[in-house]
Structure formats: structure tokens, C-alpha cells
Design a protein around this ligand. Sequence first.
Ligand code: ADP
Ligand code: MG
Length: 339
Amino acid sequence: MITLSKLAKTFQTKDGSVTAVDHIDLSIDQGEIFGVIGYSGAGKSTLIRMLNMLEAPSSGEVEVAGRSMNTLGKRALREARQEIGMIFQHFNLLWSRTVADNIAFPLEIKGVPKAEQKQRVNELIELVGLEGRGGSYPAQLSGGQKQRVGIARALANNPKVLLCDEATSALDPKTTDSILDLLVDINKKLGLTIVLITHEMHVIRKICHRVAVMENGSVVEQGDVLEVFRRPQQDMTKEFVRQVTEPEETEEALRHLFEDDSIGHVLQLTFVGSEAQRPLINDVVRAYDVEVSILQGKISQTQHGSYGSLFISITGAQAEDAIAFIKEQQVEVEVIRHA
Ligand SMILES: Nc1ncnc2c1ncn2[C@@H]1O[C@H](COP(=O)(O)OP(=O)(O)O)[C@@H](O)[C@H]1O
Ligand SMILES: [Mg+2]
């Protein structure tokens, strides 16, 4: 659906040139939710803005839905853009227009007849869950509702692709989740391809199928979300993964426990996919003469199954055997303290 080839963007500034995007090759499939994560300044916004030519590439190619975007003339580009919706961190709504008129805006520009506009707006209002708010002004809405207007407006022309630039970064965690749920819903219902950029691993974890990690204008790592969570390669990716898998206090809490000699062996178990649901601990306690305590843990859901870490301690006569058994199971085991 989207293919980027050696895509690059260099800005000339008074202090010299800045390479925001440095020869990126990337391919995004139809119907997938593809995430790009990176810290501020990594080049994410520049990258996503080149997908619809809001930013002209310095070199390289962008193909979206079979169209080579960077060779299009003005008129063809306008048409191509109707197939690419976009939402933003600060919503970019028209403040003097009602919700319904904001959503109708792209239809007006396209010259859709009034009656048809009205019907489409009603459908969209229902799709994003804003029933009854059509006559409100943006200033009367919560952040989450404003983003729902942004989403409805972006979908007005039935695009094939939705670009999301930090679309939940201005929202609180609960509202973020409700907007992410809406994006998943739209992805499934409409088969829409979604490209989103974010600096929050939680967003990637919750809704993306695949992820690319960006640093200094380059993609340093990419893959299926579950796979990247399971085996992050780059240090920066590991940092992002830790954002969602380890409670912040883990290290401190465990260090404290390590000073207690009665604690026995301490293991970190990493569950990926369906194994996360398996009653492994139960099996161990039944089969071996050991005591197991759960010290810390966090299991999270991704679009392709659950992922998480569990820290346990094992004491008892058969502790070594129990550990050997656990290592044979479909979990990754690291003994982080020997008794
Ligand atoms: N219009 C611009 N002019 C000059 N430099 C820019 C411009 N836009 C972005 N940059 C620079 O490009 C780099 C990447 O920026 P950006 O794409 O906004 O990153 P991100 O979205 O990951 O925070 C930064 O160093 C930024 O200062
Ligand atoms: Mg940005």
C-alpha cells in the first residue's frame, strides 16, 4: 500500500543543513496499523508529512496506493490526497465552525452536493461516537471529542490511508485509550491502512501490528510488534519496550529483595503470545516440591497476543529441577539471582 524508497529530506537553515529523514526504505501493507516510534527530533513528523507531500522530499520516492506521489502535478496531487486522511496532535479544527461543519469541510471543497454532505456527516458522527454533538463548537468539547472530530473529518472522503501525527499525545491516558480503540475499530470496519507516529510505546503496544524505530532520521529497527517486544535489538528499542513492560520501581524493589537470603532463586520469566495465559506457575508447584512467590509482574495485551514479564522466587528441595522444567517451556527464563 505504501512504499518508501531511499526517502530523504534535508532542511537548509541559517545554521547549516539538517537531515531530518536520511534515506529511509519502508513498506507498509494494506490494512495494517503501522507505528513509527522515536524521540523528539528523530524525524517522524517530517517522514509522515512526506507521505502526502505536505513536505516535499529532497530525494527518493513515495508510493501510496499505486501512485508515485512525488511525480504528481498539482491537480493529480489534490486527488491523491483525498485518499490520504490525516490527524494531528492539536486537532487543527476550525474553531468558528460547528462539529458538523468541520466534518463537512473536505466535502465542501470537493463540491459534494449539500444533501449528500449532510448524510455523510451524520454517518461519520455516528462512526466516531459524537451523536448529539453536531451543533457544538470545538471549544465546547473535551480533548478526546475534538480528536473524534479530527478523525471524522479525515475520513470524510473515504480515504484508503489514515496518517496520525502524535494524535494522542495531547490526551490523558484514559482518553488516549478510547481514541486508540476507535482507531482499531475503524481499521477493522473500513479496512483502512493506518500509519501513526508516536513517542509512546504504549500506543505501539496497544494498536500496532508492526513498528519501526527511528533515530536521527533513520529506521534503526523494525518488525512485528510482538517480536520487537520479545527481542528488541537496539538499546533505544529496549528503552522503549521497558516503558511498558517493567513497572518503574522494579529494579529498586528487586535490589531490596536480593539482600534477603531467604528469598531463594529469583527468575525473570518473559511471556510472549499465547503462553502468557498458561498456568505455568501452577504446573510447577504441583509437579515439584517448591514454593513459588510472585515478586513483580506486568502482562500487557498487544494486537497479536499478550506480552509480559514476571519476576518469581523459588525455594525448596527441588528448586533446581523446577527451574530446569520452566526452561523447557515456551517462556524465556533468566535466573537473575541464585540462592
Ligand atoms: N521546517 C523545518 N526547517 C528546519 N528544520 C526542520 C524543519 N522541520 C523539522 N526540522 C528539523 O528536522 C529534525 C526532525 O524533526 P521532526 O521531523 O519534527 O522530528 P519528530 O517529529 O520526530 O520530533 C529536527 O532536527 C528538526 O529541528
Ligand atoms: Mg513530530
